[in-house]
Design a protein around this ligand. Structure first.
Ligand code: PLP
Length: 464
């Protein structure tokens, strides 16, 4: 059987090493209405550089607050590290197109080709670099599924920084191999909630036997940073600085498409906290905001954790212990924890403030999908395109397939681009449930969501 590939467009497009972007793109600079600022709980005051510098590295706090500088140069040591696993390929999914019988052209940007198995290394290496440059001893963080903890452990070992990871207890127990990768790179991994922090002890006292949550691990990691001299807290998603670093994905994707002479019509990404999607769409969204080109952007989230499609756009706590600044975002409430049978990542209760603002202004669409349909898409993708996708990434695959099937019905040869954020080798328990036919869908009721949404904090005055 012939592959049916078009010789003018290769299966894989790689930029040359010399074409790896040398600056990140800050989409906030082109947003007429800026994302809402972080606020201090209680006073409702805007968080200042000084407030944020107690928790984050100073340069990262500066990036967090910078709504105006469009291009931020990538420091040479980070750029050198990027060369180990970048540029990442832009793949034309010829075999998926053929399996679907669609006239659409499907492309994906593959970010799983490094040991962390995901795009998270793009930001962890930047965050570790700034921590080292500031002369810190180490950093603390949380990890859920484990990709972020692994990416940060890799980055810290490269720059000889200490790395303390609070890992959601249920993942710590279910994913021992993730834990061993982190330990191999020198990180100390503690199951959360733990008795090593005040907030962890309080959560354990209130909910004995809890298997933890991301919001709770964040609280512990922040407390560990602010109570240890020479440490700061780092976060792998949601924050403006993380979307900035992840713009490398979109910049490379756009450069490759430009080389091929291809203009995307639809750009799709899965959305947990929004970092890969925000990074992938950044330069395209910039064009849209400047009136230079138009695109459809689609955020894909799990039906069991539907921040965009069923959440509220409001200021909320970022963590369970309520020790972080408040962020305005689409949120399900900081007490929201997705059903235990929800398999793959994307379980944070909130969403990036940048993407929340763009979505609120109608510049981006969002769709919620159920996990069995996500794994059906993952299975088809694995069988025809070869790569075993991460469950998170498979949310984007699901909607890319749905869009390609729409193109088939409408007989349209649209160009569909999606982010394949990582590989699924550590997610085989979820694949096992799918293969055994025991995977269930769970959609929270309005009453379930109301319980956590009723706990939103007093709203700060944004214009103050
Ligand atoms: C963390 C992760 C995601 C979701 O996080 P975002 O910040 O929304 O990008 C998606 N895919 C993979 C493989 C991940 O590790």
């Amino acid at each position: 059987m012939s592959a049916g590939t078009d010789p003018s467009i290769p299966y894989k497009t790689y930029l040359a090493e010399a074409e790896i972007p040398t600056a990140w793109y800050n989409v906030r600079a082109d947003m007429p209405k800026k994302p809402a600022p972080l606020c201090i709980p209680g006073t409702g005051q805007k968080a200042t550089l000084d407030d944020l510098s107690h928790v984050f590295c100073t340069e990262l706090a500066r990036q967090e607050l910078d709504n105006d500088t469009p291009w931020i140069p990538i420091p040479a040591p980070i750029h050198d590290f990027y060369k180990m696993y970048r540029p990442s390929p832009l793949v034309r999914a010829y075999f998926l197109e053929r399996a679907l019988g669609t006239p659409a052209h499907i492309y994906y940007k593959f970010e799983g080709n490094n040991t962390s198995g995901s795009h998270k290394l793009n930001s962890s290496i930047a965050q570790a670099y700034y921590a080292k440059a500031q002369g810190l001893k180490g950093v603390t963080t949380e990890t859920g599924a484990g990709q972020w903890g692994t990416a940060l452990a890799m980055a810290c070992s490269f720059f000889s920084l200490d790395c303390k990871v609070y890992m959601v207890k249920v993942s710590y127990e279910q994913k021992p191999f993730r834990r061993e990768v982190m330990r191999t790179y020198g990180a100390a991994v503690t199951p959360s909630p733990s008795d090593t922090t005040q907030v962890g002890r309080a959560i354990l006292a209130a909910h004995p036997g809890t298997t933890g949550s991301l919001g709770c691990a964040i609280s512990e990691a922040v407390e560990a940073a602010v109570t240890h001299e020479g440490y700061r807290y780092v976060l792998g998603s949601v924050l403006n600085q993380v979307l900035l670093h992840q713009s490398i994905i979109g910049l490379e994707a756009k450069a490759a498409l430009d080389k091929l002479g291809v203009k995307a019509d639809v750009i799709i990404g899965c959305a947990g906290g929004g970092s890969n999607l925000g990074g992938l769409i950044a330069p395209f969204m910039g064009q849209k905001l400047r009136g230079e080109a138009d695109y459809r952007f689609i955020a894909v989230e799990p039906a069991s954790c539907p921040s965009f499609t069923r959440g509220k756009y409001a200021y909320d706590f970022c963590d369970t212990g309520h020790i972080c600044p408040l962020a305005k975002m689409y949120t399900l409430g900081s007490d929201f924890i997705p059903s235990a049978n929800h398999a793959g990542g994307l379980r944070y209760h909130g969403m990036s403030s940048i993407l929340s603002e763009l979505y609120d202004e109608g510049l981006m669409e969002a769709r919620a999908v159920e996990q069995t349909s996500v794994f059906e898409a993952a299975q088809l993708f694995a069988r025809v395109e070869g790569t075993l996708p991460a469950p998170e990434s498979s949310h984007a695959i699901r909607v890319a397939i749905d869009e390609a099937l729409r193109c088939k019905r409408e007989n349209k040869a649209e160009n569909i681009v999606f982010g394949l954020t990582g590989t699924g080798f550590f997610d085989l328990t979820a694949y096992q449930q799918f293969n055994d036919g025991t995977m269930k869908d769970f959609i929270p009721t309005d009453a379930d969501l109301a319980r956590s949404l009723d706990q939103l904090p007093v709203q700060p005055d944004e214009n103050a």
